[in-house]
Design a protein around this ligand. Structure first.
Ligand SMILES: [Zn+2]
Length: 98
């Protein structure tokens, strides 16, 4: 019988927890141009140690914009890389613009 990972519940051979943990060391931030020239700022790789609801609220306040949370991803309306960097910096989370 295959060993089951206690974190994700998948067999060890297809478990990606270690890869994810490595990727989640820094928050990945990128700007994406959506349809009709709409710009959004996307934060990915938010670790489980981050209170995403709280972070989303802080970002929306700081950037004075709308935003949504989807799993471990936050999408903010508009280009807010600079402010995101300040907010994450204050909270002690490293970020990486990708
Ligand atoms: Zn796993």
């Amino acid at each position: 019988m295959a060993e089951i990972c206690s974190t994700c519940g998948l067999p060890q051979e297809i478990c990606v927890c270690e890869d994810l943990a490595r990727e989640q060391q820094s928050v990945k931030v990128r700007i994406e141009k959506r349809r009709y020239g709409k710009i959004v700022t996307i934060l990915e790789g938010l670790g489980n140690d981050i209170d995403i609801d709280d972070l989303c609220k802080k970002l929306k306040t700081k950037c004075a914009t709308g935003g949504t949370k989807k799993g471990n991803t936050i999408v903010l309306q508009g280009d807010h890389i600079k402010k995101v960097k300040i907010v994450l910096g204050d909270l002690g989370f490293p970020m990486e613009v990708v």
